[in-house]
Design a protein around this ligand. Structure first.
Ligand SMILES: [Zn+2]
Length: 241
């Protein structure tokens, strides 16, 4: 299935996501890559990442430029990451909402049944709240024996350690090494945040093009969007004289 964003779709996503929190933006993007009618909020984080990587690849190509800093020597580092390096389980087709994978954990005398995090969990928790991590982890708890209104932090942290096993690909982590000091480390890459920044950059450039061509030729926005990027470049150069 082809998941490349059209420019009209891209502008629609940018407009709908502007002013929204990151989880809402991630779901807007994932919905563009999912089969029509998919309840993307109910997909696990690994499934969401898979859709976002598909969308990134089809729309902007498989190489993600990333800028970071070496924690060993503070040198700035620019690397290009292939989308496939971020697919923990290899390329796969997201099956659509499935029963949330769940597992059981024994910690501190509790037997806790927990499930994988979904997009809906991220939407429900205010990431800026000091209690965000605890709130998110608590949402994964399906049941506890003995029953507890509030589980101790140490139990929730043990659960946090297990979530990656339950939903491989929920965290996209990159192995990095510094060519200056040979330091090696891993860094988390926020696929949705990365893709959102690209969508935003593209939308802003496109709207500037619409503005310039509308002024130069009297075209409407929809007129401009029917002209291919290569032809638009030609007309823009021509109007610039
Ligand atoms: Zn270094």
């Amino acid at each position: 299935m082809r998941r490349e964003l059209t420019e009209t779709q891209l502008l629609g996503i940018w407009e709908a996501g502007t002013g929204q929190a990151p989880p809402a933006r991630a779901l807007l993007l994932a919905a563009a890559a999912a089969p029509p009618g998919t309840a993307v909020a109910d997909l696990t984080l690994a499934d969401l990442n898979e859709l976002l990587l598909d969308l990134r690849e089809e729309s902007f190509g498989p190489a993600l430029p990333c800028a970071t800093e070496c924690p060993g020597c503070d040198e700035p580092l620019e690397v290009s990451v292939a989308t496939d390096e971020l697919r923990t389980c290899g390329r796969r087709t997201v099956p659509g909402p499935r029963p949330h994978p769940s597992a059981t954990l024994l910690a501190e005398g509790y037997e806790v049944t927990y499930r994988a995090l979904t997009g809906r969990d991220l939407l429900a928790v205010d990431a800026a709240s000091p209690d965000a991590r605890r709130a998110l982890l608590s949402r994964c708890v399906v049941g506890a024996e003995p029953a507890a209104e509030v589980l101790p932090d140490v139990v929730l942290e043990a659960l946090a350690q297990r979530l990656a096993e339950l939903d491989p690909g929920a965290d996209t982590v990159l192995p990095l090494s510094c060519p200056h000091c040979r330091h090696t480390w891993t860094a988390a890459l926020d696929v949705a945040g990365h893709l959102w920044a690209e969508v935003e950059g593209y939308a802003r450039r496109l709207l500037h093009e619409v503005h310039a061509l509308a002024r130069g030729y009297g075209w409407s926005e929809s007129d401009v969007l029917t002209v291919s990027p290569a032809r638009r470049r030609f007309y823009l150069e021509a109007t610039a004289g």
